[in-house]
Ligand binder design. Structure first.
Ligand code: RM4
Ligand code: MN
Ligand code: MN
Length: 412
């Protein structure tokens, strides 16, 4: 790509000014948005049919943090690294002693703490919904240990996903399980320090075949509301049925002041963990439209935690994560290019075509020059993916690390 983006940027500024868009404001918001990448996105992953190893995949938490630090180095907006307790800290707290300092030395920090109550054999019939009180306690204790890890690592986010569900009608009692879950969540909530937030993720399918106990945003919201003001809903984009209107859910949760954060990814069929924006960039844009609007007229919604939940099987891992950040920035930038006044007028005038055109015009705007200028102003290379590739980091670590066993989070 020729980089006369400055001239293109000037033209874009004129176009955006005519839409009532303040470009300086757009750039400063792009620079301020922080997106967390997941430690498990840098290790080997696979499908339920097999594990695939890549030369260079991270094994230790230190390697995962080092890889995440590269994504931050080249994008400037990804300083947080979400961690998965069992995969990253097999020895619990003992593994965390010097980790914050290490992360900080690389310019990043530890973000959301993800307990894991889905892999141990005890959880075959559920964790917080298990009929066996001992198993429920085991799950609660693990989450409370995870809070301690979070405190040690300076994290203020406890991010919860449960694989709980049943495979056949009659297998479990929905309401009894609901009440077990609520009781456990409240116990964990009460163990959090005041400045910690609980994020409750939902998923309508998988691994259970017949029902999942936290199946949708309404259930997460209900659990969160009953826990207290620091419990919020986490929207994982892959965790929706086909055709579901995610931006509507986002708007509703924002209005309820309970939108805690995102797990960004995209899906074609189910929870495919594809790069966010790769299948349906318009959906991502429409989600960002709700977020950008909420920033214009803030209520008491908590700060939204922007997190990525993608484990790439066939893409090169750091490349994919840099690309992910770029897709997110593109959607956000386009959402800020909407002519808000024209849209509001069209809505009032019941002019559906003009209203939709406002959305399409923004979505079809080439925001690349703007993103490049914003990056340049941050002291970054305007083309992060090319710059990362040219840095030689991946060649170096893939040679040094090679293919190794134990580089697995997911399913390893
Ligand atoms: C789940 C969910 C969780 C993630 C696990 C590995 O589907 O998305 O957030 O931690 O996968
Ligand atoms: Mn997720
Ligand atoms: Mn998922």
């Amino acid at each position: 790509m020729t980089d006369n983006y400055r001239a293109e940027y000037d033209l874009l500024c004129e176009k955006l000014a005519s839409r009532g868009v303040d470009v300086e404001n757009v750039k400063s918001r792009l620079k301020a948005q922080k997106i967390e990448t997941p430690s498990w996105g840098y290790s080997d992953s696979g499908t339920r049919f097999g594990q695939y190893q890549q030369a260079g995949s991270a094994v230790t938490i230190e390697e995962k943090i080092a890889d995440a630090a590269q994504v931050h180095k080249f994008t400037g907006v990804a300083p947080g690294v979400a961690v998965h307790v069992l995969w990253d800290f097999p020895n619990g707290l003992a593994d965390c002693e010097t980790l914050s300092d290490y992360a900080r030395s690389l310019g990043v920090y530890i973000g959301a703490i993800n307990p894991n109550v889905f892999q141990d054999k005890e959880y075959a019939f559920g964790s917080i919904t298990n009929e066996d009180a001992k198993v429920r306690k085991m799950a609660v204790d693990h989450m409370i240990d995870s809070i301690e890890i979070g405190k040690k690592l300076g994290s203020d986010l406890l991010s919860l996903w449960f694989a709980d569900g049943t495979d056949y009608p009659g297998q479990g009692d929905f309401r009894r399980r609901k009440n077990y879950a609520q009781e456990c969540l409240k116990t964990v909530y009460d163990a959090m320090p005041e400045d910690m937030r609980m994020l409750v993720e939902y998923k309508p399918f998988e691994p259970a075949f017949y029902h999942t106990d936290l199946a949708d945003w309404g259930m997460s919201l209900s659990f969160a509301q009953k826990c207290g003001p620091n419990a919020h809903v986490l929207v994982d984009l892959g965790h929706h049925l086909q055709g579901q209107n995610i931006e509507h859910i986002v708007a509703f949760l924002l209005d309820e002041e309970r939108l805690g954060g995102f797990h960004f990814n995209n899906h074609k069929y189910a929870d495919d963990d594809l790069t966010v924006g790769s299948i349906n960039p318009y959906e991502l844009f429409l989600i960002y439209n709700e977020l950008a609007k909420a920033e214009d007229t803030p209520n008491n919604n908590p700060p939204v935690a922007y997190m990525v939940d993608q484990a790439h099987v066939t893409k090169s891992k750091i490349d994919a994560m840099v690309q992910t950040i770029m897709h997110i920035q593109t959607a956000y930038a386009k959402a800020m290019c909407i002519n808000r006044k024209k849209l509001a007028d069209a809505q009032m005038a019941k002019d559906v075509v003009t209203a939709e055109t406002c959305m399409q015009d923004a979505f079809n705007t080439d925001v690349e020059p703007l993103l490049k200028v914003a990056r340049e102003e941050m002291g970054l290379d305007p083309n992060p993916l090319e710059a990362f590739r040219a840095s030689g980091y991946w060649d170096k670590v893939s040679k040094e690390r090679g293919i190794r066993a134990g580089a697995g989070g997911l399913g390893a």
